[in-house]
Write a protein that binds this ligand. Structure first.
Ligand SMILES: *Cc1c(COP(=O)(O)O)cnc(C)c1O
Length: 224
């Protein structure tokens, strides 16, 4: 290994305030990198490809909490439902229903985050604020007894303008308060705000993030 994962991990962790947890994004990195972070105490890892995740799950310690953070096709849910700790990238009722169905088969309740589309870029996935409001006001989600909505996730625009990033994250944080008040005021486990990556997690911390998803700053650049 030509990268000091443990020391990179420590540096990132030292910057996180109480109440903000780290998702170490290990996609495209080999098991030995994950093991190095695990040895240093990290337990939450993020992956974005179902096949890669299933393989790593089989080979790595079972007390790892895996977060799925990529685009998830409904026909792939069944492969990760037996073990996934959180699916952060839920952006449709169709996907949520499939997660519910597959979680029921494993007798589990799967925690999910609703992914918001706030960034100005076209390509980003996720629900617009209005689409998210509509999904929640529809109420069908309440019937999904094997899915628990734990909070919101978003990716800010990939720009250098720190103020734009902060604006987008603040929009997400304010929207969290709106949704919390309207639908989850009596549910303490609706509490997660997942934003911040390697280039903007310091901004995310200031914008009320509870989960930062950091890959490159810990594991180095990905080799695709
Ligand atoms: C890859 C990825 C990250 C981590 O990105 P880095 O820039 O390597 O920190 C975070 N969130 C999502 C959704 C990702 O796909």
């Amino acid at each position: 290994m030509d990268i000091d994962v443990a020391s990179n991990l420590k540096k990132v962790l030292a910057e996180l305030p109480k109440g903000t947890r780290l998702v170490a994004v290990s996609k495209f990195h080999p098991n030995e990198y994950i093991e190095a972070a695990y040895q240093a105490g990290q337990r939450i890892f993020g992956e974005s490809h179902e096949q890669e995740l299933v393989k790593k799950y089989a080979q790595l310690p079972k007390d790892i909490q895996w977060h799925f953070i990529g685009h998830l096709q409904t026909n792939k849910v069944k492969y990760i439902a037996p073990f996934i700790s959180m699916i952060e990238s839920v952006d449709s009722m169709k996907l949520m229903k499939e997660i519910n169905k597959q979680a029921a088969k494993s007798d589990r309740v799967i925690n999910v985050l609703l992914e918001l589309h706030i960034a100005e870029e076209e390509a980003k996935t996720g629900l617009t604020l209005d689409a998210c409001r509509e999904l929640l006001s529809n109420g069908e989600w309440r019937t999904l007894t094997h899915v628990h909505i734990s909070g919101l996730m978003m990716m800010a625009s990939n720009v250098d303008d720190q103020e734009q990033i902060a604006r987008e994250m603040t929009t997400a944080a304010d929207f969290f308060e709106e949704v919390k008040k309207q639908y989850f005021s009596d549910d303490d486990t609706f509490c997660e705000r997942s934003w911040g990556m390697s280039h903007d997690y310091r901004i995310a911390i200031k914008c009320r993030s509870t989960l930062v998803r950091v890959g490159t700053a810990i594991f180095g650049p990905r080799v695709y």
